[in-house]
Design a protein around this ligand. Structure first.
Ligand SMILES: O=c1ccn([C@@H]2O[C@H](COP(=O)(O)O)[C@@H](O)[C@H]2O)c(=O)[nH]1
Length: 286
């Protein structure tokens, strides 16, 4: 029986540093890497990243959008990249941001979290804006298969506050409510001795004091935080430390373009990942 995702992620972060490298084959990067902007190009791009960095970083985060834009062949390319990451022994968080009514959510859960599904990595990103409870089929299947979910909470983009800072009739902000519901799902595994639960939150490294502003208790979540925004979006050591405070040990910082811009040379990618890992380790483990 595989260990739960939260336990496997904690071990990977302790061993390799709390860095996730995003696999985002933007058209401009494909061009810079001498690859075509088509399904074969995104496949080759992803496989080169896995080849250069597999076993050297805690996790990969392929961005589904850049594969899906090439239709069924692009989705097949994403499946190949996920399989390559698994073969390299590196955890994979598929950044698909799915969310729908519960009955449809069960279909997304089967796609991204079921054993044997070619689109299933180790975890998937989910959107809670149809109601946190609508994600139950995914949370349940993840728990059964030892996988994880990362639920959007305080996203790195400047528009996120319109929804996430909104306050309900109970006086609780949307972000705080998402975090509190994730904490409930993590309570069992943590009381059973797991280092953290497998229900994570996406909290951007760029959000400044948004957690305090929205009354979001990050320290109480006891799950992993996926923190995009490092590198190309401008966040670094200082911003990470400021956003997460006492919760920082559970943070997996994520950088895509900040590392990928150093490719396609594998040594360039490895150097950039090493630099990024040093920076986020200083912020989160210092
Ligand atoms: O709040 C969020 C949630 C997800 N992302 C994703 O992370 C990467 C960021 O890429 P960079 O090149 O490091 O800026 C991208 O796939 C986003 O969709 C995010 O940025 N913010």
């Amino acid at each position: 029986m595989t260990a739960p995702f939260g336990t496997r992620l904690a071990a990977a972060m302790d061993g390799l540093g709390p860095l996730c490298v995003g696999i985002d084959p933007h058209a401009t990067l494909l061009d810079a890497w001498g690859l075509a902007d088509d399904a074969a190009g995104v496949r080759e791009f992803g496989l080169r990243v896995v080849d250069a960095l597999g076993g050297r970083v805690a996790a990969f985060k392929p961005q589904a959008a850049f594969f899906e834009r090439h239709g069924s062949a692009g989705v097949a390319a994403l499946e190949d990249v996920i399989a390559a990451a698994r073969a390299a022994g590196t955890l994979t968080i598929v950044d698909a941001k799915r969310g729908d009514i519960g009955s449809t959510m069960a279909g997304y859960a089967d796609a991204f979290l079921a054993d044997g599904s070619p689109l299933a990595g180790d975890a998937v990103t989910l959107s809670p804006y149809l109601g946190f409870g609508s994600l139950t089929p995914a949370a349940d299947l993840a728990a059964r298969t030892g996988r994880g979910i990362f639920v959007l909470c305080l996203t790195s983009n400047k528009e996120g506050h319109e929804v996430q800072h909104a306050v309900g009739r109970d006086g609780v902000s949307v972000a705080a409510s998402v975090a509190a519901q994730a904490a409930v799902l993590n309570a069992g595994p943590v009381s059973d001795g797991e280092p953290m639960g497998s229900v994570g939150l996406v909290v951007g490294a760029t959000v400044g004091d948004a957690a305090q502003e929205t009354g979001t208790d990050l320290a109480a979540v006891h799950g992993p935080f996926l923190a995009p925004g490092v590198g190309a979006q401008g966040a670094g050591e200082r911003e990470l430390a400021a956003v997460f405070g006492a919760a920082r040990r559970n943070v997996l910082a994520s950088s895509s373009r900040g590392v990928l811009a150093a490719g396609p040379d594998p040594d360039g990618l490895r150097d950039a990942a090493r630099r990024a890992a040093r920076e986020v380790t200083a912020a989160l483990r210092g």
